[in-house]
Design a protein around this ligand. Structure first.
Ligand code: TEU
Length: 576
């Protein structure tokens, strides 16, 4: 039996999503078909041929459900309808059918840690203490000895992800409700079996309609440690992160197993990915082990927090050694047990080429390098819209340019702090803010970048004249065509999907180097994360430099040692 057969005979190894690449669409910023300045479902349909050309297997759509848009759709008021700004259910059915015709699967965003405060469930819940849906959310009385509304009267001292308390006083009943995110995103009480049943019913309804899976928003926050209690250390605002009481809580595995039983068991060819801030490799081995029947893979955040100080708006220089150690740890710990998802970008992160690359002198080179380092790892890669074009951060210069609720609330809270420095705040929001990912996709070099015929809801990046899809598709040397090749390699080379991983040069501050091994085949993946020519100091450099070059971002050279140009990346293959 060959090595390949040995691997594929393990039934979990057969999962189709192991060799798949997912593309994330943030619908409001993707493509606008009706000229109102907001992307829509017809806009997505109009770009399906572009996505098919790129070669992706799955399209994940950030939320398009009915929503007051307090957090751009992550606050849902009707899970079973589409917000008119995106189109109609008929449009969604057409999208599913058109995508399927091109062999592309559709994944929807499942946002069930919380609903909108305008969801009928919450409207009922808040109406009286004895409403049958009262217990569907987290209601708590004023802290003992305190008066409702005064600072410190909140039931716990936790800080919201979006600044301030996680508790909002509701005048109707004089009690507080919990919201880990905005006050328009009340947390559902997953302890209540009726809540869980309602969610599973809704999920089944979507799957029956033809979608192929879910990306589950902050799904490891749904089980809270009871009773709810204060966290230890308070910050200058009087609040403390309540993370240890909400992340990977005591019933999380039970809830996910129940969801699997009620929704996914017996369904073929679906894909599930849980977004999990604070997930450790130990937890992820359980979440993603097929034998546990929970999820296919999780989005972990370890590699997204290495360049962050106090919070996401304190961006530090990246220590490449830490990045390598973190990614290597996830590769090794999940290998043969669970499954990784791989990403540099999404709608919550600044653009990777600006954050980890050099988006000035070496934008194209560093975009290709980042793509290579990620796509040669074991796991399922996620490409975020515009990443395949090497889109960059937006040059924000003033506070009123920020739209995102996280940035806006953060700015309000910062203005209350002693020593407030507006210029420093703008720099922080510009470097760390989520709006960077949300400017319109740059389709062509016209003033609105071909995104809309109207006024875009968030300005187009001024670099759209040069960085755009039309130019990229026409240029065989573009980031687009490079990503197309990376995606194709995953489809055609089992070593990328199944091979063992080994990190080399752990202590090197500039070179990211690793091998993948499978049967008698080996790959060497190299990336120079610097503006300087750098030697790759490995013992068998001479042998590797004579091996087959699978992909690279500079013209091939005959190089007896291995010397990488600024932001150069190479992948070699050899038999061993
Ligand atoms: O994000 C959750 C999350 O943990 C973060 O990445 C989030 O962006 C936050 O900024 C932490 O500082 C998910 C969604 O991806 C995000 O868009 C939503 O705002 C959030 O959940 C609430 O639904």
């Amino acid at each position: 039996m060959t090595m390949l057969q040995a691997h594929t005979s393990v039934s979990s190894q057969d999962a189709w999503w192991k060799s798949a690449v997912v593309y994330q669409v943030y619908p409001r910023s993707f493509a606008d078909a009706n000229g109102d300045g907001m992307g829509d479902v017809q806009g997505i349909i109009s770009k399906l041929d572009y996505l098919a050309q790129l070669g992706i297997d799955v399209l994940w759509l950030s939320p398009i459900f009915t929503s007051p848009q307090d957090d751009n759709g992550y606050d849902i008021s009707d899970y079973q309808d589409i917000d008119p700004m995106f189109g109609t259910m008929a449009d969604v059915d057409e999208l599913i059918a058109q995508a399927h015709q091109r062999g592309i699967k559709i994944v929807m965003d499942l946002v069930v840690n919380h609903t909108s405060d305008e969801h009928p469930w919450f409207i009922e819940s808040r109406s009286s203490k004895d409403n049958p849906k009262r217990d569907w959310y987290w209601w708590r009385p004023v802290r003992e000895g305190k008066t409702a509304g005064e600072p410190g009267a909140e039931p716990t001292n936790w800080r919201s992800f979006f600044s301030g308390s996680v508790w909002e006083l509701d005048e109707t009943t004089g009690e507080y409700y919990l919201h880990l995110f905005s006050k328009k995103q009340p947390d559902l009480n997953w302890e209540n079996p009726e809540v869980r049943a309602a969610v599973y019913e809704m999920m089944n309804w979507w799957l029956d309609r033809g979608i192929d899976g879910f990306r589950m928003d902050v799904i490891n926050l749904i089980s809270k440690v009871l009773p709810l209690r204060d966290a230890d250390i308070g910050g200058p605002d009087g609040f403390a992160p309540g993370f240890q009481f909400v992340m990977n809580g005591p019933r999380i595995h039970e809830f996910l197993k129940e969801m699997y039983e009620e929704v996914f068991a017996g369904r073929d060819r679906v894909i599930t990915v849980g977004e999990m801030p604070g997930a450790t490799t130990d937890e992820a081995r359980r979440y993603t082990n097929p034998g546990e029947s929970e999820l296919d893979m999780v989005f972990q955040f370890d590699h997204m927090s290495l360049d962050r100080g106090l919070d996401r708006f304190h961006i530090l220089d990246l220590d490449l050694r830490a990045l390598k150690a973190t990614l290597a740890h996830w590769q090794t710990e999940l290998h043969g047990i669970g499954w990784n998802s791989l990403y540099w970008n999404n709608h919550d992160q600044p653009r990777a080429v600006s954050r980890f690359g050099n988006d000035r002198e070496y934008r194209v080179e560093s975009a290709k390098l980042l793509g290579t380092i990620l796509h040669m790892l074991q796991g399922t890669p996620y490409v975020y819209q515009g990443e395949e074009l090497g889109m960059t951060n937006y040059p924000f210069v003033s506070l009123d340019e920020f739209e995102d609720i996280e940035s806006v609330n953060y700015a309000k809270a910062a203005a209350q702090q002693p020593g407030y420095d507006e210029a420093a705040l703008i720099l922080a929001l510009a470097a760390g803010g989520r709006d960077n990912a949300r400017t319109p996709v740059q389709w062509d070099g016209t003033p609105q970048a071909g995104f809309t015929s109207g006024t875009p809801w968030l300005p187009v990046n001024p670099n759209a004249g040069t960085i755009n899809a039309e130019a990229a598709v026409a240029n065989s040397d573009s980031v687009f065509h490079y990503y197309r090749k990376l995606i194709d390699l995953r489809h055609t080379m089992p070593i990328i999907v199944y091979g063992d991983f080994e990190l080399l040069l752990e202590e090197d501050e500039r070179v990211f180097a690793y091998t993948r091994s499978y049967g008698n085949e080996q790959l060497l993946v190299l990336g120079n994360f610097s503006d300087d020519v750098t030697a790759v100091d490995i013992p068998d450099a001479g042998v590797w430099s004579a091996a087959e070059l699978v992909i690279g971002n500079y013209p091939p050279v005959t190089d007896a040692g291995l010397h990488l140009q600024p932001w150069e990346t190479r992948v070699y293959r050899r038999s061993v």
